[in-house]
Write a protein that binds this ligand. Structure first.
Ligand code: ADP
Ligand code: MG
Length: 239
């Protein structure tokens, strides 16, 4: 079950300082959307507002048509994936995956079934008894993604999840994330400052600069017909 997301004139101020200046955006159910732009342009802030981890200063956020500005994060059907170091170091991989479900009161057979399903998808079954420190960077990142999968969210949000990995592994994980998207069919938003990642992974790219959308569209459309110099420079086509 995939969900659509609508942002209407979304604003964010930190104290008196405006950092997101009225963003309008429609994300279709099942779409893989990439937010791309230079450091400080507001990618994480936008993602955190969608997740409910940051208060929205103005405008309206809707999921499947329903206003969720004030909805608690746990009630939005969203799971967010951070960089891999966000694992619990003292817990096994199994426990890292099951912990959130157990604290939410889920029964053991259902917890086990969900952990097994996620472990199969990510091919980490043999690692379930290990501690994070006994895993490679790529394996840790899979566990971090697994923690989102077990929750069976309507929407996945990824905030630069591969930025800690070396170049080769990053390429491999990009392919795996694209496969995961095909397999689950969920709505996913992926934040990166890496143009190549954006071009290769996205159904839709949203190019941000200084808290504003410069252009949103399919990768090839942005490449062939950039709206301005900034998009052209960022995506790599001359204008
Ligand atoms: P990005 O993820 O694109 O690098 P951010 O969303 O983290 O950008 O930041 C956008 C802007 O908001 C930046 O100017 C940043 O300094 C500012 N900012 C982010 N978080 C806070 C905060 N908690 N308090 C004040 N300013 C913040
Ligand atoms: Mg960020």
């Amino acid at each position: 079950m995939a969900s659509g997301i609508t942002l209407e004139k979304i604003q964010k101020r930190y104290g008196a300082l405006p950092v997101i200046h009225g963003v309008d955006l429609k994300i279709e159910p099942g779409e893989f959307t990439v937010f791309v732009g230079p450091s400080g342009c507001g990618k994480s802030t936008l993602l955190r507002m969608i997740a409910g981890l940051e208060e929205i200063s103005g405008g309206e956020l809707r999921i499947d048509g329903e206003r969720v500005n004030e909805t608690a994060p746990s009630k939005r059907g969203i799971a967010m994936v951070f960089q891999s170091y966000a694992l619990y170091p003292h817990m096994s991989v199994y426990k890292n995956l099951s912990f959130g479900l157990e604290t939410a009161g889920m029964k053991k057979p259902e917890v086990d079934a969900r952990v097994k399903k996620a472990a199969d998808i990510l091919q980490i079954g043999p690692l379930l008894q290990r501690k994070p420190k006994a895993l490679s960077g790529g394996q840790r990142q899979r566990v971090a993604i697994g923690r989102a999968i077990v929750r069976e969210p309507r929407i996945f949000l990824f905030d630069e999840p591969l930025s800690n990995l070396d170049a080769e592994l990053r390429v491999q994980m990009r392919v795996e994330l694209s496969k995961l998207h095909q397999q689950l069919g969920s709505t996913m938003i992926y934040v990166t400052h890496d143009q190549v990642e954006a071009m290769t992974m996205a159904d839709k790219i949203v190019v941000l600069r200084d808290g504003r959308i410069m252009q949103a569209g399919r990768p090839l459309d942005l490449y062939n017909d950039p709206a301005n110099q900034f998009v052209a420079g960022f995506i790599g086509s001359p204008k």
